[in-house]
Design a protein around this ligand. Structure first.
Ligand SMILES: N[C@@H](CCC(=O)N[C@@H](CS)C(=O)NCC(=O)O)C(=O)O
Length: 224
């Protein structure tokens, strides 16, 4: 990576699954970055719902990035990831491996499946299991079933690479999107017992240096 590149500012919360995806991509591409932590409150100075952060992301959620090299601000993990890929993955190491129309669509369809379905459904399981103020078993079971349906689809896809990567060709940013959501299966009260290939893929992903560095950087900079 060009030594004159200034660090990208990555806005995070220590426990959320979405910001770490972007840290993994920055690690994989060796782009320097600085992590800034926010809490989930509406505190004007420190909260994602406060006035300071709303200048960066009016949707009040992390991740967001500010890139001093280009002046670009981005939010939504999909938009952040694709910005990073366009600007910093000039040799295409984490994008679709092939250049055909089908290769591009295959990348996008799995990316959108995570962003629109597996991620949000897992988020709802977490909400109804841990945070909803009253018990709502029907809602919880609805979302649990949806996540297991997504796991069935993912397990089927992983047969193509025997658990090595979600797109059969190689590890891509798609795997970075899925990792933190699938990794949190046990917090969501879910089991991978029926999903040997997801388990294998998760183990391989967790062993990667870029993944470990990204988690460590966010964890080690979190306010105590
Ligand atoms: N669709 C968004 C979701 C972002 C999101 O929900 N982030 C969580 C942390 S992982 C958040 O900021 N939550 C704050 C809140 O719900 O108030 C993305 O992919 O970036």
């Amino acid at each position: 990576m060009n030594p004159h590149i200034k660090p990208v500012l990555l806005h995070v919360h220590a426990s959320g699954p979405n910001p770490v995806k972007i840290a993994i991509a920055l690690e994989a591409l060796k782009v320097p970055y600085i992590v800034k932590h926010w809490d989930f409150s509406d505190n004007p100075e420190t909260g994602v719902k406060g006035s300071k952060f709303s200048q960066i992301n009016e949707n009040g959620r992390v991740p967001a990035i500010e890139d001093p090299n280009t002046g670009v601000t981005a939010w939504e993990s999909g938009a952040c990831m694709n910005y990073i890929r366009r600007v910093y993955d000039l040799n295409n190491t984490i994008g679709p491996a092939g250049g055909s129309g089908q290769d591009l669509v295959d990348f996008e369809k799995w990316e959108y499946f995570l962003l629109s379905t597996l991620g949000p459904m897992t988020g709802q399981v977490n909400w109804f299991r841990h945070f909803h103020p009253s018990k709502n078993e029907d809602a919880l079971q609805r979302y649990v079933a949806q996540v297991y349906r997504c796991y069935d689809v993912l397990e089927g896809q992983l047969q193509k690479s025997v658990g090595m990567s979600i797109l059969p060709s190689r590890i891509t940013a798609v795997d970075f999107h899925f990792l933190p959501w699938v990794k949190s299966y046990s917090f969501a009260g879910l089991s991978l017992d029926k999903y040997p290939l997801i388990r294998k893929w998760l183990g391989l992903m967790e062993a990667r240096e870029d993944v470990q560095e990204a988690y460590a950087k966010i964890h080690n900079t979190a306010p105590k």
